[in-house]
Design a protein around this ligand. Structure first.
Ligand code: 26V
Length: 826
């Protein structure tokens, strides 16, 4: 059968009207679920609908792939150890442009789309910002028609589930695949072999040259599991390919035949641990061997897959950089650089210079953190054991690089040790960030400030050597999920006023500016916001039994728990309000509920204690009738993408209060502003650009900026000095110390107090306290002026257009990747 004949099938993979959807749902009940559709329930409807939507994606995916191939397009390989996908049902229905039809179809079975989606489990294959960014970027690549693929690991267990017991975080396994995943295609026939361990061997090639090879390796198989990502109403579908580890041989036959069944299975069990679980830390690099194995496993499979595609077009390898760009999301996949070198040199017999020229034009790297402790380093010994051949390639990269450094900066010995990819010392380490910088043609930060800061500090030496290599692309978020989908009333109101074009051209939101003072529009804006708040009220009540009156100010800080993000500053403000209310019940003008959510890395003791702090202060405040008519604290357990979709549209005040110079960008900050929340924030990360876009007068900026932080540290900051002059701060800290919030246990919050005093208050929480509380007081006055607040809220949405991930991806495409959106084929 010719491709043309079979294309009839592609076209017929399913109609987009509600009748066809009903038919598909019934069919999938029978064919895939083995169930009577007359006895469907929410879960079976979710599954059957997901299969039905997947049918409708796959035809478009094949067509998209063919058009990449036909046009010999250059493609982006976006390599990320994390993708924080969340749920896919509604998002896919929206992007297919069949949301209404889907609602109608489900209506026939007596459920709504929201009901059906409630049966879906979040795909939480990431820790936080970095992973969610990767998912927003795939949505935008598909929407813009940028040829590309996402590559990662199909973890069997994603980010742990957080339960709160006695105010404390308890981690539970995230068994997200328990009932299957109807979105994925498991491609058992397309596996690659991955080598590990073994040794490097020299040999003389037939042509007489001295060569190296990696031998005696242990073998693991990588099986692709694909999840399709549709663009918004454009018929494009791209692929997120996640690798699952499988044993090279399911049984060790020798052992099996000799009767040792159990031992024969052991190998298989060990192999499968590679893609078993996501590492739940976004801070300290733990340096565990399994993590390195995970990184190499997915990188090796991905590079093999890329070269398989490239080799189909039968071009010289020197053409590779014109056909593919490999984007490294952080240094986690940076081992791809020596891996590509190894394949080109050892397997395809290129010489070093040829291979290096190709690599240097193929990789681009995004840095996501200024925190030096999050820079990845691998013990040389461990790396030598796991990847001996790669280590010797890294040494050769380093040797040649340090030669160049010597030539550029003659006589500067110290510089050589600072810039060496190998950190010398008792326990030598491989500096992955240096490897990524040396092996990439572009290195970018994720906001303007962050781009500048990494040039000034961690990469200073490299900027002197490669001044043109460093740049920044400010992060973005997809307007589909983060406005159209999560906030239907508001997005319908916006569409009514400015048309639907904003969904793919978010800068059009500027058109709302002229309505900001229109009283009727303000009232409708208010109604939409109230609806979102009531939806959150219902959710929080149903899921967690929490009470939060919809007419109160929702003051929200949801993100990973970290000292640098300063949840403690927010708690100190809560305690201050508590003290004021205790003294005078009428002293606080605005009733507010402080909403917190976020996970702490399981090994991060202080972050866990901060969760206890929030819950303990909450318990006292919420049960004290002298204050709980004006102030409440709610900690929503198990923060995740789907929960954020409830919280963000309902937020009045968005807390973005990291110490200036520590948050690389933030992306939550963008989601809140887009949905009309006002921000209280420091001049950190993308907050600065939000301020520039929405206007200085429409955001509550407080505290030191990054330069002032530096200066203050330089002068010798002593946190204790701040407290003496501030009686409210002293009082709040006293209550933490005297057991008020810990049932009289005076030691319980000592670790937090120690971090603020004995350990020097690294994140300068106390230094910014007064400015923060004053800013909170000032914004209460604006809240009382409802018209003013609403105007500011509208102007925040209107000014958020810049923060679309479509804009960010276009910047990557044109200024880094050199790829172009595909015009639709006629
Ligand atoms: C470091 C490590 C160290 C080893 C263990 C696993 C792990 C995972 C992540 C990281 C780097 C932290 C990266 C991160 O999530 N950064 C966040 O990236 C967001 C997207 O660019 C940005 O908005 C946040 O400001 C930044 O904190």
């Amino acid at each position: 059968m010719s491709t043309k004949d079979s294309d009839v099938v592609l076209e017929e993979m399913g109609g987009l009207d509600s009748e066809s959807l009903v038919e598909s749902i019934c069919q999938h009940h029978l064919s895939n679920l083995g169930r009577d559709y007359g006895r469907s329930d929410k879960f079976s409807l979710y599954q059957a609908l997901a299969y039905s939507l997947r049918d409708r994606l796959v035809g478009n995916w094949i067509k998209t792939q063919r058009s990449y191939y036909n046009r010999s397009a250059k493609s982006v390989y976006y390599l990320s150890l994390e993708f924080l996908v969340g749920k896919s049902l509604t998002s896919n229905a929206i992007n297919l442009g069949i949301e209404k039809e889907t609602e109608e179809a489900l209506g026939k079975f007596g459920v709504t789309l929201e009901d059906a989606e409630s049966a879906e489990v979040d795909a939480g294959l990431g820790n936080g910002g970095l992973g969610r960014l990767a998912s927003c970027f795939l949505d935008s690549m598909a929407t813009l028609g940028i040829p590309g693929y996402g590559y990662g690991i199909r973890y069997e267990y994603g980010i742990f589930k957080q339960a709160i017991e006695n105010g404390e975080q308890v981690e539970l396994p995230d068994d997200w695949l328990h009932s299957g995943n109807p979105w994925e295609f498991r491609r058992r026939g397309f596996v690659f072999t991955i080598g590990l361990y073994g040794r490097e061997e020299k040999y003389t090639h037939d042509d007489g040259s001295l060569r190296h090879r990696w031998t005696d390796t242990a073998k693991v198989m990588a099986m692709p599991v694909d999840m399709l990502i549709p663009g918004y109403k454009n018929g494009n579908v791209i692929n997120m390919r996640l690798w699952e580890a499988q044993p090279a041989r399911r049984f060790n036959l020798d052992l099996f035949n000799s009767g040792d069944y159990i031992r024969s299975m052991e190998d298989a069990v060990k192999t499968e641990t590679i893609s078993k679980v996501l590492y739940p830390s976004d801070k300290l690099s733990e340096g565990r061997e399994l993590r390195l194995v995970q990184q190499y496993f997915f990188v090796s499979a991905t590079i093999q897959d890329m070269l398989r595609r490239f080799e189909k077009i039968k071009l010289d390898f020197s053409e590779l950089p014109n056909r593919a760009v490999v984007h490294l999301n952080e240094t986690h996949p940076a081992i791809a650089i020596p891996e590509l070198m190894r394949i080109l040199i050892d397997e395809h017999m290129l010489n070093w210079d040829q291979a290096w020229r190709i690599c240097r034009r193929t990789f681009a790297y995004t840095n996501h953190t200024v925190m030096p402790e999050a820079l990845e380093k691998w013990s040389l010994d461990m790396m030598r054991k796991v990847l001996p051949r790669h280590v010797s390639i890294i040494f050769e990269i380093n040797r040649r690089f340090l030669e160049d450094v010597k030539n550029c900066f003659p006589g500067d010995e110290e510089r050589l040790s600072r810039m060496s990819i190998i950190e010398e010392g008792e326990y030598p380490q491989v500096r992955m960030a240096w490897l990524a910088v040396v092996g990439s043609f572009t290195v970018n930060g994720v906001s303007t400030l962050h781009g500048e800061l990494i040039k000034k500090n961690i990469f200073y030496d490299f900027v002197e050597m490669f001044p043109g290599r460093f740049t920044s692309v400010t992060n973005g978020i997809t307007p589909r999920r983060w406005l159209k989908q999560c906030n239907i009333p508001l997005s319908e109101l916006i569409t009514e006023k400015i048309g639907k074009g904003w969904v793919t051209d978010l800068s059009r939101l500027h058109q709302l500016e002229s309505l900001a003072e229109d009283e009727e529009f303000q009232n409708r804006w208010y109604d939409c916001r109230l609806k979102a708040k009531k939806k959150l009220v219902e959710y929080a009540q149903k899921e967690y039994g929490l009470y939060m009156p919809a007419d109160w100010m929702y003051d929200v800080q949801v993100k990973r728990i970290h000292e640098y993000k300063r949840q403690v500053l927010n708690v100190l403000h809560a305690i201050t309000l508590y003290c004021r209310l205790k003294k005078d019940p009428s002293s606080v003008a605005v009733p507010r509920v402080k909403i917190f959510a976020g996970k702490a890395a399981p090994g991060y003791f202080l972050a866990k204690r901060i969760i206890r702090l929030i819950n303990s202060v909450g318990a006292v405040i919420n049960s004290d009738s002298a204050v709980n008519h004006k102030l409440r604290i709610a900690f929503l357990p198990n923060y995740r993408v789907s929960q954020a979709e409830y919280i963000i549209p309902a937020t009045d005040l968005s807390e973005q209060i990291s110490l200036a110079g520590t948050e690389a960008s933030g992306t939550g900050n963008m989601k809140f502003a887009l949905n009309g929340a006002l921000t209280i924030g420091t001049l950190d990360g993308a907050n600065i650009e939000i301020m520039e876009e929405v206007g200085r007068e429409n955001i509550f900026i407080f505290g030191m900026n990054a330069d002032e932080v530096e200066k203050r540290k330089h002068e010798g900051y002593v946190s204790g000095d701040v407290v003496g002059g501030d009686s409210e701060l002293a009082e709040a800290l006293n209550l933490l110390a005297d057991g008020t919030f810990s049932e009289g246990d005076r030691d319980f919050f000592a670790p937090i107090l120690d971090s603020l005093f004995a350990e020097g208050d690294q994140y300068m929480t106390l230094a910014d306290y007064r400015a923060y509380v004053d800013a909170q007081d000032a914004l209460e006055q604006i809240w009382l002026d409802r018209k003013k607040w609403l105007k500011m809220s509208i102007l925040n949405t209107a000014g958020s257009g810049h923060f679309s991930s479509d804009r960010a991806i276009m910047e990557y495409a044109t200024s880094i990747w050199g790829v172009h959106p595909m015009e639709k084929e006629s």
